[in-house]
Design a protein around this ligand. Sequence first.
Ligand SMILES: [Zn+2]
Length: 501
Amino acid sequence: MEYQPIIGLEIHIQLKTKSKMFCTCDNVSEDIEPNTNVCPVCMGQPGVLPVTNTQAIDWAVLSALALGCKIPSFSKFDRKNYFYPDLPKGYQISQYDKPIGINGQLILEYLDKNKKLVQRKVQIKRVHLEEDAAKLVHDPTTKFSLVDFNRAGTPLLEIVTEPDLRSSLGAKISMQELRDIFRYLDVSNCDMEKGQLRCDANISLKPEGKETLSAKTEIKNLNSFRAVEKALEYEIERQTKLWNGGKPPKEPSTRGWDDAKQISYEMRVKEEVSDYRYFPEPDLPPLEFTKDYVKEIKLKLPELPHQKRERLIKQYELGFPEAKMIASDRLIGEFYEGVLSELREWLSSLGEKEKKIEEGIKKLRKLTASWIVRDLFKHLSEEKIGMEQCRITPENFAEFVTYIYKEEISGPAAKIVFAEMFNRGADPSHVIDEKNLKQVSDKGELDKIVEKVIKANPKPQEDYKKGKEQALQFLVGQVMKETKGKANPKIVADILKEKLS
Ligand SMILES: [Zn+2]
């Protein structure tokens, strides 16, 4: 029997407002002494009154609009009551039946495991605002649990999807797409390691061709993209075994994910909504959104990742994988287009004719994209920095790819130049001069070196004459070594073929 996974996500995103959701405490919970960033409001002292952070409201509306949600004119906050050590007030201020945004969608495009392009729309049920709870720190040596209230009361955006996902990969891609969108909006850094983006996943299985579903299992607090994918894969396997054993899950359950052991484990039976005794928050006025207000916020929407992706493919004829990577980061997308606008100038400065310039630009668009996707991303992730800290300017990058295009530097030399540009913001022409990396394309000069290499390597020479193509590659490599990577490999191969035939 085949089973189809039915997956929905509940995503939490920490907004990077200056202050907390309902008080004036700084919205900083990382890298400071525990319990130093608190006040009577976020600690739930008697008699205090919360005040709504308007920046958080504006950003929640902006976020909901970016996800294509409708913004109802009326919204309000509610108390969600439960008793837990991380909740100082004994209730969380959240939103129950009147969220800020409803009925949106998330547009996903990705290559599946067979490299086939998948396009899918995931319906967004709701987007609402709430306050975050404190952080529990479990000390394994003393076995005590300590509470750090610095995080209590920080603004949290919750996004609930319909159960539209059908694979663990789709769930992971959804999270990545949301991260990209919220970084574009500049309302959250979405660093999963810091808990700024977290997710609970609901999953049940449906036997192929039938309408009956097993009871829903919720996996709590998934805090890396890998964990989202792995936990769901594990659950699909676990629940498939239960179905095959004739005992599909009948009761809804809540499970945790043990990342070290790569297993999920039973936590507790999930509370029903009625257990939370929701009621309207009496200390906060309801929210009313006029049409003009929504229009004004809508004007602040930037071009979103999926829109940029589509445009890069159409406008610059990029392939899907390159376009997806470049569009995943707003600054990298801007950088790419910045380089392209510099390229025309560089090619004109070489005294090329208009037709030749057009041809050149077409090639250089792809060349630029591949250097960004392959080398720039690699260097950024190795240095663990974001594009905002990158020292390479679009001008220098344009100059750099023009050198490659004009075959003035070889592939290995280009790698050296790029690393210098990345590490110290160096000008490519300076690096080329400084390290004497200009490609040798002069036939006379290369001729002598090729002679020398052939003499020193009689065996590959024989092999090539017997028809072994790799032998030629070996000899080209030897010439490259001899010239410290400066020889033009195409010309070297031509000379070798001529001499060996
Ligand atoms: Zn406070």
